[in-house]
Design a binder for this molecule. Structure first.
Ligand code: IPM
Ligand code: MG
Length: 366
């Protein structure tokens, strides 16, 4: 059956890394007889330039109708001064909210070929394979009230609200437990229950879900304060299997985890909704890195996080596990051959461009 993919390349290096995924899709359609139909649309700063909004309703509806959305990156200094509601990042946040993508999976895997590319010692990161499950549609990113308002004496007040319901906590914790069952059966829940009431609720609800569910009996659950989690991630990251946490802590901890793998340019992500009435799950796949405006247009961006995000789409949304595995193996093989974009370059390796590394992945698929 044909599958519809909506490609939102976005800004900065987004289009360059998406080009490599397009090349792979094209190759798969021809050589593996897949029927992946792509539609390309604007989101982020490029949409603001064209339509005065970071995301048009039309693109949102197309996202809702597609089998999966692939997003490159949004944002750039050019848009720093525009009104908050029209900032490129709003495209991303609106897509996450409207598609109800509450579960964000960010796997941080240190490929053995990159073990010396990390800023941490090889013995700390070697064999690293952790999964951060980040809540993506709640917390301080979306809580009300929010805004900046004038107060007395010409002063101003900026407000954001960190808020979670039990239901939102349980829903994402369940995803973490279910995924842990297929992995090393260890879940660490990170919050700030020592200072935040919402953090206390988070901890209680996660514990309650665990205690009340016999299916999770084999799982080892622990709770950690988010600041300690940040510290443990650089001290001894391999103690973790699945980390479940809220939207903001997940944002921060996943950037940190990414660097353990060698480069932010290596970390893919999947964002998933609940099943709707028709059993359908909505999804969006994007690299964890940003639009990197400083290197955009130079053909030196690392497309591997984007390519690995596409592989996650094949696995989680398109029922093409085998093809996904092949792509992951191809990425590993390319790294093994010593090809490196500048972000992961090391002595003795061959520095290549964005498109060269993309083409090399296709060569390995043959
Ligand atoms: C991420 C990004 C986004 C976030 C930005 C671009 C809005 O940092 O996906 O981690 O904060 O969620
Ligand atoms: Mg982030």
């Amino acid at each position: 059956m044909p599958k519809n993919l909506l490609l939102l390349a976005g800004d900065g290096i987004g289009p360059e890394i998406m080009d490599e995924v397009k090349k792979i899709i094209n190759w798969l359609n021809i050589n593996k007889k897949l029927q992946l139909k792509i539609t390309e649309e604007l989101a982020g700063g490029c949409s603001f330039d064209a339509h005065d909004t970071p995301l048009t309703d039309d693109v949102l509806y197309q996202a809702m109708d597609s089998d999966a959305v692939l997003l490159g990156a949004v944002g750039g200094p050019k848009y720093d001064e525009i009104e908050f509601s029209k900032r490129p990042e709003r495209a991303l946040l609106r897509l996450r909210k409207e598609l109800r993508l509450f579960a964000n999976l960010r796997p941080a895997i240190c490929f053995s070929e990159l073990v010396t590319a990390s800023s941490l010692k090889p013995e700390i990161v070697s064999g690293l394979d952790i999964l951060i499950v980040r809540e993506l549609t709640g917390g301080i990113y979306f809580g009300e009230p929010r805004g900046v308002e004038p107060i007395a004496n010409g002063d101003r007040k900026g407000v954001n609200t960190h808020v979670y319901t039990s239901k939102e906590i349980v829903r994402v914790a369940k995803v973490a437990f279910d995924l842990a069952m297929k992995r090393n059966k260890k879940v660490t829940s990170a919050e700030k229950s020592n200072v935040m009431e919402a953090g206390m609720l988070w901890k209680e609800e996660v514990q309650k879900l665990y205690d009340n569910n016999k299916d999770y009996a084999d799982i080892e659950l622990s709770h950690i304060l988010a600041d300690n989690c940040a510290m443990q991630l650089v001290r001894n990251p391999r103690q973790f299997d699945v980390i479940v946490t809220d939207n903001l802590f997940g944002d921060i901890l996943s950037d940190q985890a990414a660097m353990l793998t060698g480069s932010l340019g290596m970390l893919p992500s999947a964002s998933l909704s609940e099943k709707d009435k028709n059993g359908r799950i909505r999804s969006m796949y994007e690299p964890c890195h940003g639009s990197a405006p400083d290197i955009a247009g130079q053909g030196i961006a690392n497309p591997l996080a984007m390519i690995l995000s596409f592989a996650m789409a094949l696995k989680y949304s398109l029922d093409l596990d085998k093809v996904a595995d092949d792509i992951e193996s191809a990425v590993k093989a390319v790294l093994k051959d010593g090809l490196r974009t500048p972000d992961i370059m090391e002595n003795g390796k061959r520095k290549v461009s964005t498109s060269e590394i993309g083409s090399a992945v296709i060569e390995k698929l043959k």
